[in-house]
Ligand binder design. Structure first.
Ligand code: LLP
Length: 417
C-alpha cells in the first residue's frame, strides 16, 4: 500500500497541510469514521450470548473519544480514579463502567463505592481492603476478582500481563483464599476477569486463555459475568500489507468454547472483553513537521517535532509505526527509498520514532504522518524537556475538523508552581 491515509480518505477531503498550518504540529489527528468502525466491530465479538465490549480507556481518554464510545453503546473499563472521573464527565452511567485498578488507596475504592461502580480486585490484600471499606457501608456488596491464569501474551515483555512473571491478578492457587475473604466481609463475588496481554494478531493465545478462564469459572457459583480481557492487535505494518486481526475467524473459534461452557455451567453469564488498542489505534495519526535534515557519520536523520515526548512507544518498546511522508499535502510515493532515521527534539539518543528504515527521501518542510498512534499515544505523552503536549483534532464524519483538546501552553506548565 502506498498510502493508508489516502486509501481511506482519512482527512475526508481536508488538506493535511492546511490542518497542520491551522492547528500547528505536532498534532494528533483522529478519524471519527475509523474509530466508530472499530468500536462497532468489538461490540459484535459475541452475538449469541449477552456480551459487552468494555473499551479500555487507558488507550485514549480524550473526552470526545469517550463520548463516541458512549454513543456507540459500548461500555468502558477504567484503571484509575482519573479515568473513572473522565468517564463520568463524558456521561457514562455507573453500570457501564468497570473499575479494574491495582494497588490503589482507600480513596479510589471509596469513589467507586460512592458511585456504585463495580470493582475488580487484583490481589488478596486489595480484596481485604475493599471488604473492610464496604463492610462499613452495607453487606452483600458485589465485586469481581482479577485472576492471573498463569499464561500471557503480547508484543513486548513489558505488556504481558498474565503469567508467572507479572504483578497482575490473583494466582489460581489462591482461589480458596478469595472465598475466605469474600465470606469474612459478606461480599458477593459476581464476576471474574483476566487480561493476558496486548497486541497479538494470532488469536490462539487469547482463545486458550478464554478456555482456561472458563475452566476456572466452573469453580465459582452464580457468576453474573466473565471478562476475558483485551489485547486484539492491529496491523502496525499496514503499508507492507500486514493482515489485520482475523476477527471473523476469531469469532468462529470462540463460539464453540462458549457453547461448551454454557452447557456445563447451566446458563450463560454476561461475557465481556476489554479492547483498548483495537478500538482506537488505527483511528489516530500524528502529524509532525520536518525542521531539519542531516547526515551524521553516514546516517541520515530527519529532525521533526515528533519525539518520545509525543509518542513514547518506539523508545519504550522498540515499537514500529508506519510513516507516510507528505509533501504539499500529498503522500510521497514509496519508491526510490533510502535508509533514514526520524528523530524528535528531545535530548536523548533514544528519541527516535524510526530507526534505519527505508523511506522516500524526507526533505526539510515535509510533514510526516505517524500512523496507528491513536492508542497509547497521547495517553502516554509527556512534557519531557518542558515541551507542552500537542493538540488533538477530530475529523468528524461530516468532514468538519474539531479541536478535541487544545494544545498545552507554557502557562499551563508554569501553573503548577
Ligand atoms: N484490560 C486491562 C486490564 C489492561 O491492563 C489492558 C491494557 C487492556 C484491557 C487493554 O489492552 P489492549 O486491548 O489495548 O491491548 N502501552 C502499551 C500497552 C499496554 C497495555 C496495558 N494494559 C503499548 O503501547 O503497547
Amino acid at each position: 500500500m502506498n498510502s493508508f491515509i489516502e486509501s481511506i480518505d482519512f482527512f475526508k477531503g481536508n488538506n493535511p497541510e492546511d490542518i497542520a498550518a491551522k492547528y500547528g504540529t505536532p498534532l494528533y489527528v483522529y478519524s471519527e469514521d475509523v474509530i466508530r468502525q472499530h468500536m462497532e466491530a468489538v461490540s459484535k465479538v459475541i452475538t449469541k450470548y449477552d456480551y459487552t465490549a468494555n473499551y479500555s480507556v487507558k488507550a485514549n481518554t480524550n473526552l470526545e473519544i469517550l463520548k463516541i464510545a458512549l454513543s456507540e453503546g459500548i461500555n468502558c473499563d477504567a484503571m484509575s480514579m482519573g479515568e473513572l472521573m473522565m468517564l463520568k464527565k463524558a456521561g457514562f452511567p455507573s453500570d457501564r463502567i468497570f473499575f479494574v485498578p491495582n494497588n490503589v488507596p482507600d480513596e479510589e475504592f471509596e469513589y467507586a463505592i460512592d458511585n456504585d461502580i463495580v470493582v475488580s480486585l487484583d490481589s488478596l490484600s486489595q480484596l481485604e481492603k475493599y471488604g473492610q471499606l464496604v463492610a462499613k457501608k452495607k453487606s452483600g456488596y458485589e465485586c469481581a476478582v482479577r485472576i492471573n491464569p498463569g499464561v500471557g501474551a503480547g508484543h513486548s515483555e513489558k505488556v504481558v500481563t498474565g503469567g508467572k512473571k507479572t504483578k497482575f491478578g490473583i494466582a489460581e492457587a489462591d482461589i480458596p483464599k478469595i472465598h475466605e475473604v469474600i465470606k469474612k466481609y459478606g461480599l458477593k463475588l459476581v464476576g471474574i476477569n483476566q487480561h493476558i496481554g496486548s497486541q497479538f494478531l494470532d488469536p490462539q493465545p487469547y482463545l486458550d486463555a478464554v478456555e482456561n478462564l472458563l475452566r476456572i469459572a466452573r469453580g465459582f457459583k452464580d457468576l453474573k459475568f466473565v471478562d476475558f480481557g483485551g489485547g486484539y492487535g492491529i496491523p502496525y505494518h499496514k503499508l507492507d500489507d500486514e493482515a489485520p486481526y482475523p476477527m471473523e475467524d476469531f469469532k468462529a473459534r470462540l463460539l464453540p468454547i462458549l457453547d461448551a461452557f454454557v452447557e456445563d455451567y447451566g446458563y450463560a453469564p454476561l461475557f465481556k472483553s476489554e479492547p483498548g488498542r483495537f478500538c482506537i489505534a488505527e483511528g489516530g495519526i500524528i502529524l509532525g513537521r520536518v525542521n531539519a535534515v542531516k547526515e551524521n557519520y553516514g546516517r541520515t536523520y530527519a529532525g521533526t517535532d515528533v519525539g518520545m515526548n509525543t509518542l513514547i512507544r518506539p523508545a519504550m518498546y522498540d515499537s514500529y509505526h508506519d510513516i507516510e511522508v507528505l509533501r504539499n499535502g500529498k503522500a510521497v510515493a514509496r519508491e526510490n527509498m533510502i535508509e533514514q532515521n526520524i528523530s524528535g527534539q528531545i535530548c536523548e539518543s533514544g528519541d527516535l520514532i524510526v530507526k534505519d528504515r527505508m523511506l522516500p527521501e524526507i526533505k526539510e518542510g515535509d510533514l510526516v504522518a505517524v500512523l496507528d498512534a491513536g492508542a497509547y499515544g497521547y495517553s502516554m505523552a509527556s512534557t519531557y524537556n518542558t515541551r507542552p503536549r500537542p493538540a488533538e483534532v477530530l475529523i468528524c464524519s461530516d468532514g468538519s475538523v474539531k479541536v478535541i483538546r487544545r494544545r498545552e501552553t507554557y502557562e499551563d506548565l508554569m501553573a503548577l508552581f
